[in-house]
Design a protein around this ligand. Structure first.
Ligand code: ADP
Ligand code: MG
Length: 687
């Protein structure tokens, strides 16, 4: 006779619940030999199921020894036991325990999910086997039905198919006919007999004497003790050579090779299960996802709005002219020229200024503006007192980024030849030309008109060649629209030796505007012997402040978004905990089919990640539309921004995607590890 494949020696089992302990097995010794058909009988509550769970490697004895094919149970770790359950044991339960969300075929193939033999290449083999089993148990044509569409007898036969799909050596059946009528019972019993005839070991729990009589041997359990043959408690040495083929080291090595394939397979299976269960609880899942959806959406929208506001900002205010600063005598009023300007004659155009510009040429371009003394500026129909401003370089006009409403800027020829031409600031037109001046109706008015500038040393006549559009004076240059510009050379030619009192500075790319202006004002102040102080207008300064303010608002909105995210995540965790509680029995079943802790963890985690990524994806799509909707609204309502810009907000999208997955992992971790750690026998007992 073969050595026993499962041997129990004086096994005790104690349940501990609610602070109380209950001894369900009080010293059971028995052997299950290979190829035997054993019935375990006894009154209800005597410990039969407890014993079967131990034989079926679902729980470990509290005390006593147990050997599997001669090897002590303690030499197996949990994963190895799971693998044994998967490959060598097949369970049949009284209550069928089919997974309602999976169809018949998927239920039968469920053990394959946890098999080291899994993977898409081999699944074809098992598919064929599943169909063969369906045929054998008269279930042809039911492969695609769901458990709720089957009769009790059919369900139990499906459960038997599932128990057989991995071709196990041992079948463990806990009152498999308990929920069936006599006809179906007989059929199930016949199936078990046939399996025995094929050489499988059958362990069957029953309290039906008829059914027990089908077995070769009966183990009678009463009050946690084996009372079938008291003398049987032997001291025989455990037989060491393995009798049934356990997965060998060789087999494991082979599977190490396609570990990734394995993981992919498990992941795919988990995905199917998770997807199905989310679909089953659509409303619940959707409602749970909403919290996370809002959180992730706000991340994306905050980033998108940041981009829109940033773009609008750059377009409206932060032009390249903003990098440019102006240096002038500080008159305490924030104007370029004020009361105190008479205190400083300025830098001499031919002597002092070139030295000044050269001194700083490594850091930026310093250009002078010439200002005449106040003169009477006249046209044929109007006049006002002002000064002319000499512009020293054609670039200067371009860097002002002031478009012309009519006409043109001076050409370089006019610049360097000193041609007396003038470009008017928008507001000067009103005072220089009478409202009723008939020339106003001409399209190029006032281009081509002449103006004269008079003071003690007559400056002469200038031809108007262009008028600037109204310029924004909110950042810095407050006189911008009251100015009349002319090429520097044209003024110099008429003024003789003169002085510059006003400078523009454009820092080189890597030079900080503020730094440079500080150096320049210090330089000028030292030139005056410290007597005078100079000021600079750096428009970027003001913008930085506004920008900082916007950033604060963004941070506040971001914080609220983060809170939403957190609340959403808690929602997911909550739902997953409920899911685990609801599916305790199912988790027990999966474990009995050979699911390792890692499998169960991945199963629950996948569901959490799937839900959160779904919420995340929806948020990404929504966010994209919301952002671009805002952008469109801006382009419609703000005339200066009428060009529509696509808002991609890449960081928002990346963060959104990442956060959604991380939320799934983070908030699913607790429910998943709870599920993984649950005791399989306890799970199977839960209602
Ligand atoms: P049987 O299958 O023979 O009807 P069981 O093996 O299911 O009996 O249970 C044996 C005894 O252990 C019963 O008296 C039952 O009340 C008790 N029992 C089962 N599960 C638990 C548990 N989780 N906690 C405490 N007592 C338990
Ligand atoms: Mg029972």
């Amino acid at each position: 006779m073969n050595p026993p494949c499962v041997e129990l020696r004086n096994v005790r089992f104690t349940y501990a619940s609610a602070g109380q302990t209950f001894r369900a097995l009080k010293g059971v010794s028995c052997c299950i030999e290979e190829g035997e058909f054993v019935a375990i009988v006894g009154p209800s509550g005597s410990g039969k199921s407890t014993l079967l769970n131990i034989i079926g490697l679902l729980s470990r004895p509290t005390e006593g020894e147990m050997f599997i094919s001669g090897k002590p149970l303690s030499s197996f770790n949990e994963d190895e036991l799971a693998e044994l359950r998967n490959t060598s044991l097949g369970f049949v339960f009284q209550s069928f325990s089919l997974v309602a969300r999976l169809n018949v075929l998927e239920n039968i193939l469920l053990p394959l999910t946890f098999s080291r033999d899994g993977g898409s290449e081999v699944s074809a083999k098992y598919h064929a086997r599943a169909h063969e089993l369906l045929g054998r148990f008269h279930l042809d044509g039911l492969a695609l039905r769901y458990p709720s569409e089957l009769s009790g007898g059919q369900k139990q036969r499906v459960a038997i198919c599932r128990a057989l799909v991995m071709d196990p050596k041992i079948i463990l059946a806990d009152e498999p006919t308990g929920a069936l009528d006599s006809i179906n019972s007989r059929e199930v019993l016949a199936a078990l007999r046939q399996l025995h005839a094929e050489g499988r070991t059958i362990v069957l729990i029953t309290h039906d004497a008829d059914i027990a009589s089908a077995a070769q041997r009966t183990i009678l359990i009463r009050d946690g003790r084996d009372v079938s043959s008291p003398e049987k408690i032997s001291d025989a040495e455990p037989s060491l050579p393995p009798a049934i083929e356990l997965p060998t080291v060789e087999g494991r090595q082979e599977t190490h090779l396609n570990k990734w394939n394995q993981r992919l397979w498990v992941f795919r299976q988990s995905l199917t299960l998770a997807g199905r269960s989310l679909k089953t609880h659509r409303l619940r899942s959707a409602l749970t996802g909403v919290g996370l959806f809002i959180g992730i959406l706000s991340l994306i929208v905050i980033d998108g709005l940041g981009e829109i506001v940033g773009n609008a900002f750059n377009k409206l205010f932060f032009t390249s002219s903003v990098r440019k600063a102006y240096i002038y005598l500080d008159d305490g009023e924030g104007r370029f020229h004020g009361r105190r300007s008479s205190q400083w004659r300025g830098l001499h155009a031919q002597e002092e200024f070139p030295k000044f510009a050269k001194n700083f040429e490594k850091k930026g371009i310093v250009r002078p503006f010439l200002r005449t003394s106040t003169c009477q500026i006249k046209t044929e129909t109007g006049e006002f007192r002002s000064r002319l401003v000499g512009v020293s370089d054609p670039e200067e006009f371009l860097e002002m980024e002031a478009p012309l409403s009519v006409g043109r800027f001076p050409t370089s020829g006019e610049f360097f030849g000193g041609t007396p031409v003038a470009v008017l600031g928008s507001d000067t037109v009103e005072v220089l030309f009478d409202k009723r001046d008939p020339r106003r109706r001409e399209p190029y008015f006032p281009v081509g008109t002449r103006l004269t500038a008079d003071n003690c040393n007559t400056l002469g006549t200038f031809t108007v060649i262009g008028v600037m559009k109204k310029r924004d004076t909110s950042f810095g240059n407050r006189d911008a629209n009251d100015v009349i510009y002319s090429p520097n050379q044209a003024l110099l030619n008429r003024m003789g030796p003169t002085f510059y009192t006003w400078f523009s500075v454009l820092p080189h790319a890597d030079v900080d505007t503020k730094h440079l202006t500080r150096e320049l004002t210090t330089y000028l102040s030292l030139q005056s012997g410290g007597r005078l102080s100079f000021a600079s207008s750096v428009p970027a300064d003001m913008l930085d402040r506004v920008r900082g303010f916007l950033r604060i608002i963004q941070a506040i909105v971001g914080f609220i978004g983060g809170l939403c995210l957190f609340v959403g995540g808690i929602g997911i965790m909550n739902m997953m905990l409920v899911t685990v509680a609801e599916r305790t029995r199912e988790i027990g079943l999966l474990k009995s089919l050979g699911a390792r802790q890692a499998h169960v963890r991945s199963y629950i985690l996948t569901e959490a990640i799937l839900l959160s990524s779904f919420a995340g994806c929806t948020a990404l799509i929504f966010g994209f539309f919301v952002n671009n909707g805002f952008s469109l609204a801006v382009s419609w309502t703000v005339p200066l921004l009428k060009e529509f810009r696509w808002v991609i907000a890449p960081w928002g999208l990346i963060a959104g995607a990442l956060v959604s997955v991380l939320c799934g992992v983070g908030f699913g971790a607790l429910p998943a590890s709870r599920a993984a750690a649950m005791d399989p026998a306890d799970c199977l007992r839960s209602e």
